[in-house]
Design a protein around this ligand. Sequence first.
Ligand code: ARG
Length: 725
Amino acid sequence: MNRIYTLILGFAALISSQFAKADEGMWIPALLTDNHAEMQRLGLTLSADQLYSVNNSSMKDAIVRLGRGFCTGEIISDQGLILTNHHCGYSAIQKLSTPTANLLKNGFWAKTKADEKSAGFSVSFLVKIVDITDEVLAGVTDANRAQTVAKNSSDIRTEYSNDGAYVVDIKEMFSGNKYFAYVYETFGDVRLVGTPPESVGKYGGDTDNWMWPRHTGDFSMFRVYADKDNKATKDYSEDNIPYTPKHHLPVSIKGVEQGDFAMIWGFPGSTDRYLSSYGVKLATDKDQPARVKIRRAKLDIYEKYQEQDEAVDLMYAAKHAQVANYWKYFIGQTKGLKRLKIYEKKQSEEKAFQDWVDAGDANRKEKFGSVIGLYQDAYKTYDEKTLAQTYWMEAIYGIEFTGYGFGFAGLKGLYQALGNAKDDSSKAMIQGQINQTVDGLLGSTDGHFKDYYKPIDKDVAKQMLNFYVNDIPEDQRPREFNSLLSKYKGNIDKFVEKLFTTSILVDKDKATAFLNNPSSKKLKKDLGVRFSEIMLSFYRKDLQAMFGEAGQKRATADRLYKAALFEMHPDKAFAPNANSSMRFTYGQVLNYSPGDAMLYKHFTTMRGVMEKYQPGDHEFDLPEEYLKVAKEKDYGQYAKEGEDLRVCFLSNNDITGGNSGSPVINGNGELIGLAFDGNWEAMSGDIAFEDELQRTISVDIRYVLWCIDKLAGAGHIVEEMTLVR
Ligand code: ARG
């Protein structure tokens, strides 16, 4: 294609974008025909059926959910090769690493399939999506809503499960105005094929995270395995062979230009685009600042120990990344919500809604007149008590032994039940459950302690409990915890020291010895187990009770408010919030202006990688090998004649966490990039989408291929793919 032609096409695409409403919206694949004409206008050449079809192979068959939806991956060869982000594979790669064989630090590429390493997570393929709204809502009244929905959902789950072969997710959309069943087939044998070194895969670290311009090679590769009949298996087996997929994405190395059509398919986790002004205020004033404070304190402790010892650094790499990612996210989101005046915008939307209700007939008033009052009531409770919940999640659950202890707390309960059991058959049944629980705990203990450093958890426990006691009113904490602490005269340090010298939960040898010879007596005495037990029960009972009524009111208001919006704007296409179900978003490759007089180009290049390079820095260092290969500027087929190698690019697609690893696909259904982040100026995007500002950041697929081929010398992996030149 010559240059003039490209320019004209780009221009035409930009003009049409002013009329078409692309960008915002994570759409449901089964309803794709609603968007198809507009997608064609923007440059899509495939039919709706080629994208999503239940009976024939289609593009959706190349999109996989990682685990229960922590990330997305795509199939890019006929041998089950999966591409996803480096930060999605991070935890698996770290678990496979040791100080002497450090895959995270040095990178890794399997020479042959026999060298591929079991990854420890599953992937799921989407079988179909069914609108089940009528079935779920059959027989529902205001009084029986929750129970009836639950009962109907459970029947539907059984109906679609294909005798247990499929997993059925029932997804509520628009706060209960719609329901969809998502049917999946899960493959339990996934193996690591390769990863660049962390310095490339996480280049720029937390400094560059959530920001443009970006120069990160955020990718890693896995492979899905099946049995010899190409059927899913629950677990890893030596006898399994690479899965032959129904579809794999061809890979385009033709390049990506401003205005090009771009769509992204994947599993966005959660958005809150219809959040009320009350919710926005709660987030910016209370919830988010608390999360930032707690996470920062945790990170400071991690970092203190990580800097001292390389082995500890590796142990806490994934935990640190996870805490840091949303530490920065919440800082950005609070700032963004305030700067973009989202509270005020929501207020005026609510005013327009109320005016519409007031101008309506008696029926409208009857249906929707209560909404704002319900929000006000509900948020009275949230304003008073929300931090009890936030601190439980961030601080209490942030102490590592707490979560590990939940299983032991369960075991303690079983022993109690055993003591109370009357007849032999119930005794035998409970004993069976005890044995099962012990086996489960034995199975997870090695993994838990591989990445557990007691001095860190002890410092974290002290800091977290100090926050908890100082910031949460006594009557919003577990009574049993308050009295436990009073035995130490409220001295948290003393309490924590005692716990850490005695509990079986913080010491691998003690935990293992106990599990090999479990006894009710030991559990009863253990301070750590007691603490976990108190906190688990508080979460299940007291916190649920604290927000039960407020939660109901908010849910009702949400459902009615959305129903009202549909009536107010009958011609508008509304997209449901993300909820970890497969969605697609479409738009264009597009630059943006982050502020007055500034224009951010839509792509970055190797020049920028080298400009950011800082020898010895923990975020911007590069391996010697990289420097050597980069210097050769041998970009081969991965850059246009005379051009620098492109690294990352922008598009106006609508994504969020869970979409990480999602394919960016051109109008012909070919892979052009790998989505991995959003931009700083639009961090409020999960609550309010700003057309002018919000962008998806992706790695250019050509940088991915260059890293595999030229940097790692793993050209055999590229050969597996279907390249479109
Ligand atoms: N912000 C990205 C996301 O949530 C994760 C980026 C990972 N990189 C990092 N430096 N932690 O998808």
